[in-house]
Design a binder for this molecule. Structure first.
Ligand SMILES: Cc1cc2nc3c(=O)[nH]c(=O)nc-3n(C[C@H](O)[C@H](O)[C@H](O)COP(=O)(O)OP(=O)(O)OC[C@H]3O[C@@H](n4cnc5c(N)ncnc54)[C@H](O)[C@@H]3O)c2cc1C
Length: 528
């Protein structure tokens, strides 16, 4: 029998005893000690000081610091800044936040151009599985949602941003249903609402285990139906400013012919998403190939301040085996309906409903202390006891509620209804990002940011389900505020003066970067 099979047998044998076991949540002191010892955010050698720009003197991981201090792909003198497009609003990013901002701005009467790196909808949004947190049940309230999120974020959340997020949740859920999102319902027709890690009440609206796919299906349809002007395969490579601190447009790159496209806009909304493909500290990732943090260095060079740029979310349950699935997410919702985490000895080692940072730290601890399972490819992980879901609930629960998960593993002849799967933390989310106010405006005038590229809402640890809510709430707010701004101002001067200033700062600080940012794609998918 192989080591994997042997260890799997122990999971099956210990199941009956584990099912009777009550495991309390960790005390605040024990949780703190666990995270400080094992969470990747606390690995000092993974961090360095940022040497230039608005966050000079603060810390972030090497991978992000290199991009922030990196070189622009364009030389100021070599680009003609005559615009090919002149619009009220340029929205960058074709995921949930960008699409929502575009729809809202268009409805407000703005002339909108939506530019995205790949195709409309190629994004992290489309991959979201577990659901969206909204306080809509009778036993719940936005206040509870606020407190849970604040506790989850270690009180580092921007209170005004968080208050707006939770208060606008119910209205946003209604908007999504009005435009056609089909959230799961109970037999009586009421919304089906489930619990999630770190939440004191059931609060998750979802569409089986493909919530993001359903959201994006509807948003994409609306963007197309509303005839929003769209530029696909046209990533942003630099912002344009008026030389006096305000954003006035952007330079895009046409990926078909490598030519630059200059867009003049009264306001710009960055909705470029997350950082998973930086593979911080060598972690695998749950993110799509375009999640290369592009918005951050671009906004930074234009003078936008970042916040909480030193904290990242490692989702506790990324697949480890089979090798082609490494890093792919196994939704947290599976733990919330009973699947337990089990080490090589068949022992449970954490309450699965702890916040993500605590669960991830516990998995890392088990593996670091020799209680993990090693695969033939040299990866380590612990077991997630999937068959428990059907045993604890009812036969067929996995197939009914998690069809996406069942299908993904079945492609490799793994039947999750019958066998556990190996998991290890996967780089999932950037907790921080570009600092915004409640209208989504950054510290650069007329530069708005929505979705995962922004920071502050989630503190140092986002609660499950709060990102899907964030992208819709702040996509709408940024769309509304930016289109209002466009009615108040004229198109501005187009310059790359901020780049010259940035290069001056690089020289002064002795920063000689070889890194070109934005990176656009990870090295392993670059073709030329
Ligand atoms: C596997 C997975 C499961 C998840 N499950 C959940 C969940 O259940 N609940 C929850 O709340 N959250 C979940 N999340 C997190 C959530 O889905 C994301 O944080 C959120 O959808 C991000 O939305 P966004 O619009 O900000 O970014 P994205 O949806 O990633 O969109 C960003 C867009 O910007 C484009 N882009 C990137 N760079 C450039 C550039 N240089 N120029 C132009 N365009 C660019 C991208 O191609 C993409 O279209 C999950 C994430 C993943 C990866």
């Amino acid at each position: 029998m192989s080591i994997l099979e042997d260890s799997k047998t122990r999971v099956n044998e210990s199941r009956a005893a584990r099912m009777k076991e009550e495991r309390a949540l960790l005390s605040p002191e024990d949780k703190d000690a666990l995270i400080r010892k094992f969470h990747p955010d606390y690995k000092k050698e993974a961090y360095r000081t940022i040497q230039i720009g608005p966050n000079q003197g603060e810390q972030t991981v090497h991978e992000l610091a290199n991009l922030l201090e990196g070189k622009s792909p364009i030389a100021s003198e070599a680009v003609s800044l005559s615009p090919q497009h002149q619009v009220d609003l340029l929205i960058i990013g074709g995921g949930g936040a960008g699409a929502t901002a575009a729809l809202t701005a268009k409805a407000a009467g703005a002339n909108v151009l939506l530019a995205t790196k790949l195709r409309l909808g190629d994004s992290n949004t489309v991959m979201a599985e577990g659901g969206m947190q909204v306080a809509v049940s009778a036993e719940d309230s936005p206040v509870r949602h606020f407190l849970d999120s604040l506790r989850g974020g270690y009180m580092k959340n921007d209170p005004a941003l968080l208050k707006t997020l939770v208060e606008e949740g119910p209205e946003v859920a209604k908007w999504l249903m009005d435009i056609g999102v089909l959230f799961d319902r109970e037999a009586d027709g009421n919304l089906s609402i489930r619990g999630g890690g770190g939440s004191s009440k059931p609060r998750l609206l979802r569409c089986k285990d493909y919530t993001g796919l359903e959201l994006m299906r509807v948003l994409k349809d609306c963007v197309l139906n509303e005839q929003v002007e769209l530029l696909e395969f046209s990533p942003i490579v630099e912002l344009l400013t008026d030389g006096e601190g305000a954003c006035t447009g952007a330079v895009l790159k046409n990926l078909d012919n490598n030519q630059f496209i200059v867009v003049q806009a009264k306001a710009v909304i960055l909705a470029t998403g997350g950082i998973g493909r930086l593979h911080i500290q060598g972690f695998p990732t749950s993110n799509h190939y375009g999640a290369t943090a592009d918005g951050l260095p671009i906004a930074y060079r234009a003078g936008a301040k970042l916040t909480l740029q030193d904290t990242f979310q490692y989702h506790p349950t990324g697949a480890v085996y089979p090798e082609p699935m490494a890093g792919i997410l196994v939704t947290e919702a599976i733990r919330s309906v009973g699947a337990q985490l089990v080490n090589v000895k068949g022992e449970r080692f954490i309450n699965e409903m702890e916040t993500r940072d605590a669960v991830a730290s516990a998995v890392i601890r088990e593996c670091a202390e020799g209680r993990g399972v090693e695969t033939s490819a040299g990866r380590r992980g612990v077991w997630l006891d999937m068959p428990m879901v059907d045993i604890v609930n009812a036969e067929g629960t996995l197939a009914h509620r998690f069809p996406n998960m069942v299908r993904q593993f079945s492609r490799y002849q793994i039947d999750i209804q019958k066998e556990p799967v190996l998991v290890y933390p996967t780089l999932h989310y950037q907790n921080g990002g570009i600092q915004i106010n409640v209208d989504g405006e950054s510290t650069v005038r007329n530069l708005f940011v929505a979705g995962e590229a922004s920071g502050g809402i989630h503190g140092r640890n986002r609660l499950m389900g709060n990102s899907l809510l964030d992208i819709i709430v702040y996509g709408r707010r940024a769309g509304r505020a930016a289109s209002k701004r466009a009615t108040e101002i004229a198109l501005g001067k187009l310059t790359l003066a901020h780049l010259d200033q940035f290069r001056e700062a690089q020289k002064k600080a002795g920063v000689e970067s070889k890194t070109v940012s934005p990176m656009l794609f990870p090295d392993y998918v670059k073709k030329n």
